[in-house]
Design a protein around this ligand. Structure first.
Ligand code: ZN
Length: 256
C-alpha cells in the first residue's frame, strides 16, 4: 500500500481533542505517511508547530486564515517568523481571501493580511498555502504581485482557465473531498486537466469528508477516497496516484 501525504489537515482543531494523540500515532500504520497541518491564527499555528515537533510524520505551516485575520497585527509576523525557524515548519499558511461569509473581516483587510504574509514567505523563501473562496479574481491578482511566490491553491474551486494561469506560474492545485461530491462538475474538469505532477491530495480535516463519508468528521486516511475518484477519472491506479501526489508534496514543501 502506498504511503499517502495529506497536505492539508487541521489536527489542532478542537474536533480532535478527544482522540488526537491516538489518531495521529496510528496514522503511519493506516497508510498515512505524511501530514501537513496549516495554522489559522496565532493559537492554532502554535498548536500545529507543537504537533509537528511531537510527531515525525507531521509538518506544520503558520499563518493567519482570512476568516480569522481580524486581530492580525504586523507585530504578529515576528511571531510567525520565529516559529518558521523550526525545521518542521515548511510553509506559510493557511492564508488567502474568503468572500463567502458576510461576517468575515472586510475585503481590504483580508487583502492586506494576505500581502503581508506573501511578503513574509518571500523573505523566508517558503511556499504558501492559499485559501481562495469566492475570491478568484483578487486571489489571482494578488499572488501575481509576488512573481516568485510558489505553493498550492488549497481545495481549488476556480475554473480550468484560472487553473491554467496558476499552473503556468508554477503553482500546485489541491484536491479535497468536494471532487467526490455529486455537484462537482467544475472541480472534476480541473482534475481532468491538471498535470499529475502539480496535483496534491488533501482532506482539510476535520471538514469536507469525501463521499461515502460526507458529513462525518474527516481525517487523513480519507485521502484514499479522493485518490480513488481522481484515479477513476484519469484511468490510473489509485496507489500509483497516491505515491505520485505524495512525491509532489515532498517536492513542494522540501521534505526528504
Ligand atoms: Zn484548511
Amino acid at each position: 500500500m502506498a504511503l499517502l501525504f495529506d497536505t492539508h489537515a487541521h489536527y489542532d482543531d478542537e474536533a480532535f481533542d478527544a482522540d488526537r494523540d491516538a489518531l495521529l500515532a496510528a496514522m503511519p500504520g493506516s497508510g498515512v505517511g505524511l501530514i501537513l497541518d496549516p495554522g489559522c491564527d496565532l493559537e492554532s499555528s502554535r498548536r500545529a508547530v507543537e504537533l509537528a515537533e511531537k510527531y515525525p510524520h507531521v509538518y506544520a505551516a503558520v499563518g493567519w486564515h482570512p476568516e480569522n485575520c481580524a486581530p492580525y497585527t504586523e507585530a504578529s509576523l515576528d511571531v510567525l517568523r520565529q516559529w518558521a525557524q523550526s525545521p518542521k515548519v515548511v510553509a506559510i499558511g493557511e492564508i488567502g481571501l474568503d468572500y463567502y461569509w458576510e461576517q468575515n473581516p472586510p475585503r481590504e483587510w483580508q487583502q492586506k493580511v494576505l500581502r503581508d504574509q506573501l511578503a513574509l514567505a518571500r523573505e523566508l523563501d517558503l511556499p504558501v498555502i492559499i485559501h481562495d473562496r469566492d475570491a478568484h479574481a483578487d486571489s489571482l491578482a494578488i499572488v501575481q504581485e509576488f512573481p516568485t511566490a510558489r505553493g498550492v491553491f488549497h481545495c481549488f474551486s476556480g475554473s480550468v482557465e484560472m487553473a491554467r494561469e496558476l499552473l503556468k506560474r508554477g503553482w500546485y492545485l489541491g484536491f479535497d473531498g468536494p471532487v467526490t461530491y455529486k455537484n462537482a462538475r467544475k472541480t472534476v474538469e480541473v482534475a481532468l486537466d491538471c498535470p499529475l505532477e502539480r496535483m496534491l491530495l488533501e482532506t482539510d480535516s476535520p471538514y469536507m469528508a469525501p463521499v461515502p463519508l460526507r458529513g462525518t468528521r474527516n481525517d487523513s486516511r480519507n485521502v484514499r477516497h479522493i485518490a480513488e475518484k481522481i484515479a477513476a477519472l484519469r484511468d490510473l491506479d489509485t496507489d500509483a496516484l497516491l505515491a505520485l501526489t505524495a512525491e509532489n508534496g515532498r517536492r513542494l514543501f522540501g521534505i526528504e
